[in-house]
Ligand binder design. Sequence first.
Ligand code: FNR
Length: 357
Amino acid sequence: MAPLTLAEFEAVARERLDPVHYDFFAGGAGDETTLRANRAGFARLALLPRVLRGNGTRTTATTLFGRDTELPVVISPTAFHRLAHPDGELATARAAAGAGVVLVVSMAATTPVEQIAAAARAAAPERAPTLWFQLYVQPDLEFTEHLVRRAESAGCTALVVTVDSPVFGRRERDHRNGFHDLPAGLCCENLREPGGAVRRIEMSAELSWAHIDWLRQRTALPIVLKGVLHPEDALLAVEHGVDGLLVSNHGGRQLDTAPATVELLPEIAAAVAGRLPLLVDGGVRRGTDVVKALALGASAVGVGRPVLWGLAAAGERGVREVLALLREEVDHTLALCGAASPRELGPDLVRRQEGVC
Ligand code: FNR
């Protein structure tokens, strides 16, 4: 039987994947406290519905950075899609384009961004598919600028700059499994030099706001900072002229014991006070999670692992089904909450329940 929930997709994916690769996708840092907290954060929130709102027609569509999207859900950047399925990022891009959903291409993709963009365009020629590019600013700024130009030329319409990784998270499942490198034949294609050699992604603890200023001067694309958690950093982001924030703890893969992202949302929303759109990811597995995050101030949410589960389960079709399930669940939840669109959701619809998780 076809999986009926995102959790069932994970179960199918787990059966199909090499256990070492499953652990790479599923795992988090340290004791995986933050990984679990992301889910518990959503579970602690209850939705308080409105009734008799007279809403006959509903839409899940919204706009992000001036572009229409069918769902207030983006595909968060995840590395190595060809470990999940031979079609890798091409399958993900086709499914995202077909569903009218933003795909954030990881800098650590196993397919070059140009090919991903071409696959997305071919899958949905009638509308311009939306691709954003995720960037780890490299200490070699010349190379970083080269990557930005590649993303721009490929047609990416925003840069998602990941700032929560001054060093790699300590993912103990991977250490235990001895998983340190991609198998032969796969590599981070966006790190390929014109001569053919492939660079390693460098994490740098030297990165600072000066690098964001540097980037701001070099691209007209909207810049979204991914991995901002502290409200003071959200304020600094406003001052430094970024265009959006993706509130993220990297799916529990960087600083273990960082708080659940959904719990930080109200504080960050209060700090930025509408000056920037907020996105949030980490633990979104149900339409009700999406609606809770939107009600608390997010313009959209990101999903990471569920897309990998769809991809591992059934390639492009699997990703399409994951996105269709989310869409159905979001629409259903909007109906039950008495809302005609994502824009009608507000914090009055959410109650925190102590002791539930
Ligand atoms: C990630 N994430 C990530 N983030 C990023 O900025 N660049 C990357 O290359 C990756 N790679 C990556 C690989 C895998 C296997 C996972 C699970 C995650 C983090 C990702 O963008 C996102 O923040 C989380 O996945 C969101 O949490 P959920 O939806 O997976 O719970």
